[in-house]
Ligand binder design. Structure first.
Ligand SMILES: Nc1ncnc2c1ncn2[C@@H]1O[C@H](COP(=O)(O)OP(=O)(O)O)[C@@H](O)[C@H]1O
Ligand SMILES: [Mg+2]
Length: 342
């Protein structure tokens, strides 16, 4: 099968997840330059697709011409690795919608899920509706409060529509009203979206990958161990942990299959992940990020449609543990996507 591996060029130089948004021009966000990764996720995916006996090729979605060239590319399936269009990650859902309009088959989530997951505050309202526990929160846009639960400190402040820990660093966790106000203004000055204020949940950081459609399967929980972070840093997977290669925060944190979970807790984590997958109507593959308190209460932090797919990503670690090597995982995603269109 001819398979187009579709990606946006902002992925060429930036690490996964760190993408340009429409930043307020008055206060440009300073973006760090990073070395190019030795091998990009899409290169791994392309190789794995080929290993499954298909005929893959790259299609870079670099603007209007590339959009219109796609239906003529001869692709029988699009492996959708885009997370932005022309550097704007709010347009991630639009790319999937475009593929739908063209009747092109593609892997992963549809526009509906991409849109819902992108707006963290909307996703949290949906979780509440379904009885899925998520931290209490408030949403503020340019000083206007849109939603307000009762909140207790400590809190964490994040841009409501970002990912890859953009806008989340050691300063995101606030303990006083003053710190809160300062951080809310900081987020609003930098990002063209609401500030999401959440109760900070102390606990283990657990990710559950899910694969499938009619009967999705939750994979073994993977933990990002944050216990060895420098003492003065909050225990969060902030920008430093995800991207600051060479920093202490980066070096002392690792994702591994979670150990020491009781059978009951593991089951509840997997059930919660499946509920989230279902609530957002995710497809083919997804990852649900959670926190587990010392009392074993589970809080959903966010849902990731089309999550990071590198061999070292949490989803691949979990799949490996469940008996699927990387090639098998990618092959399965292709098969599931194709099956949807028959
Ligand atoms: N309410 C919260 N309580 C504790 N930690 C949180 C909370 N929200 C976010 N975090 C920490 O910040 C990280 C990034 O937050 P997340 O909402 O997943 O942003 P992103 O979409 O950028 O990954 C999480 O993985 C977690 O470590
Ligand atoms: Mg996250």
């Amino acid at each position: 099968m001819r398979i187009a591996v579709l990606y946006d060029p902002s992925d060429n130089l930036l690490p996964h997840g760190e993408r340009r948004r429409k930043e307020c021009p008055a206060v440009p966000v300073r973006r760090r330059k990073r070395e190019r990764r030795s091998k990009l996720d899409r290169e791994h995916v392309l190789d794995a697709i080929r290993a499954n006996g298909h005929d893959p090729f790259f299609h870079e979605l670099g603007g209007e011409q590339a959009l219109f060239a796609l239906p003529k590319s001869g692709a029988e399936l699009v492996f959708n690795m885009t997370e932005a269009y022309e550097g704007d990650d709010l347009k991630e859902a639009h790319v999937a919608a475009f593929l739908d309009l063209l009747d092109l088959r593609y892997t992963g989530a549809g526009p509906y899920s991409l849109f819902l997951a992108q707006d963290k505050s909307l996703a949290k309202k949906l979780f509440n509706f379904h009885g899925i526990r998520t931290p209490n929160f408030a949403t503020v846009t340019r000083g206007k409060v849109e939603h307000m639960d009762d909140l207790g400190f400590p809190l964490i402040v994040k841009p409501a529509s970002e990912d890859g820990s953009v806008g989340i660093d050691a300063g995101a966790v606030v303990k006083t009203v003053r710190e809160l106000m300062e951080r809310v203004s900081w987020v609003q000055e930098r990002f063209d979206c609401a500030a999401l204020i959440e109760e900070y949940i102390e606990g283990r950081e657990i990710y559950v990958g899910v694969l499938g459609n009619e009967k999705p399967e939750a994979l073994p929980p993977v933990e990002l161990d944050l216990s060895r972070l420098p003492k003065d840093m909050p225990r969060i997977a902030g920008r430093e942990v995800k991207w600051d290669k060479g920093s202490e925060a980066y070096d002392v944190t690792r994702s591994e299959v979670a150990e020491g979970l009781t059978g009951d807790l593991k089951k509840r984590l997997q059930e919660t992940a499946l509920e989230v997958y279902d609530a957002l109507k995710l497809r083919d593959y997804g990852r649900v990020d959670m926190r587990v308190t010392p009392k074993n209460e589970i809080f959903v932090i966010e849902a990731n449609p089309n999550p990071w797919l590198a061999p070292e990503a949490e989803l691949a670690i979990a799949a490996q543990n469940a008996g699927r090597d990387y090639e098998k995982l990618i092959g399965e995603i292709v098969t599931m996507a194709v099956a949807r269109y028959f």
